[in-house]
Design a protein around this ligand. Structure first.
Ligand SMILES: C[C@@](CO)(OP(=O)(O)O)[C@H](O)COP(=O)(O)OP(=O)(O)OC[C@H]1O[C@@H](n2ccc(N)nc2=O)[C@H](O)[C@@H]1O
Ligand SMILES: Nc1ncnc2c1ncn2[C@@H]1O[C@H](COP(=O)(O)OP(=O)(O)O)[C@@H](O)[C@H]1O
Length: 270
């Protein structure tokens, strides 16, 4: 069985408070994006993870695909699998690629071995894997709160716009980004702000991580400025960075020339 975990962007991101469990409550809009990995699983006589594409550091056991398998293996007698992950979504980018891989693996195992897990049960398992994982079980535009697991579907007025993602050749650590942010509630709730026309999002819908990440990585701030110069209606860093996205009514020409390798880019019409 094969599946194609996709990325996400955060449209607006407010870290509202530090919790006693060490995590932070946040408010954000998760929006699915077509930049995808691929995971293939088949029964085998030995549990094995192979990878191709972008090289991910860390042991196979620390890979969220394997963590998802081990999580369900604790509760169900799963057959031994060989797993192949083709990695295309950059990590340390704020695109949730690792979380997507974990959440898609849960869903694949549920289908493949008829575990009959309800959507709610899958959401519970996903929340154990990581804060961003429950979103990928729904994979629809949502307003999210708590650690990201409290979700309400929303309709966004973005249809027909083009989305351009630019990932610079640097990774931002999510843990460090949370350590450096000063929690603050938005003056106007993001649930209200997100209903403004996209033309009014600039300077109103904020990713709070930008104020601590941009001074440390001016290259990321520079991409955001470039996207506005290229005519973006709205541009923002996604999650804790380093990827920046822009929404355009027409895609700018010569993207690869403006952001040559080792920059990575992705675009799609919404
Ligand atoms: C910031 C966000 C915004 O969508 O995305 P990314 O930039 O990672 O894509 C997420 O909250 C990231 O979620 P995720 O990457 O799943 O984080 P986790 O694995 O659960 O946690 C990694 C670490 O980040 C911190 N953390 C994470 C989530 C949260 N709500 N509060 C936190 O303080 C904790 O230090 C935790 O140990
Ligand atoms: N399948 C995976 N893909 C990417 N990263 C993974 C994966 N499994 C574990 N990780 C670890 O998770 C970290 C963050 O991954 P990811 O969710 O893709 O990034 P981001 O924080 O940009 O959303 C990586 O630095 C990596 O060490």
């Amino acid at each position: 069985m094969i599946s194609f975990p996709n990325a996400k962007i955060n449209i607006g991101l407010y870290i509202t408070e530090k919790r006693s469990d060490g995590f932070h409550n946040l408010e954000t809009v998760f929006f699915p994006v077509g930049w995808s990995d691929a995971i293939e699983v088949a029964e085998s006589d030995e549990l094995r993870l192979t990878t191709s594409g972008i090289i991910i550091s860390g042991s196979p056991e620390s890979n969220l695909v394997m963590k998802a398998y081990s999580l369900l293996q604790k509760d169900f007698d799963l057959p031994v699998l060989k797993i192949h992950l083709h990695k295309q979504i950059p990590f340390g980018a704020g695109l949730g690629g690792g979380s997507a891989d974990g959440a898609f693996m849960l869903q694949m195992l549920n289908k493949l071995f008829n575990l009959n897990l309800s959507a709610d049960k899958l959401l519970d398992y996903a929340a154990v894997l990581g804060s961003d994982c429950p979103f990928f079980i729904l994979n629809k535009p949502v307003f999210a709160a708590g650690r990201g697991e409290i979700m309400n579907e929303i309709n966004l007025n973005v249809k027909g716009l083009y989305l351009l993602l630019v990932k610079p050749p640097l990774e931002v650590s999510t843990v460090k980004a949370f350590q450096n942010v000063v929690p603050r509630k938005p003056v106007v709730s993001l649930t209200e702000l997100i209903n403004l026309p996209v033309s009014n999002w600039k300077n109103n819908i904020i990713n709070q991580f930008e104020s601590s990440v941009f001074p440390q990585y001016p290259e990321i701030a520079s991409i955001k400025a470039q996207l506005y110069n290229l005519g973006a209606v709205y541009a923002s860093m996604s999650g804790s960075g380093s990827c920046v996205f822009g929404l355009f009514s027409e895609l700018p020409a010569g993207i690869e020339k403006r952001f040559p390798a080792p920059f990575l880019t992705f675009s799609q019409q919404i």
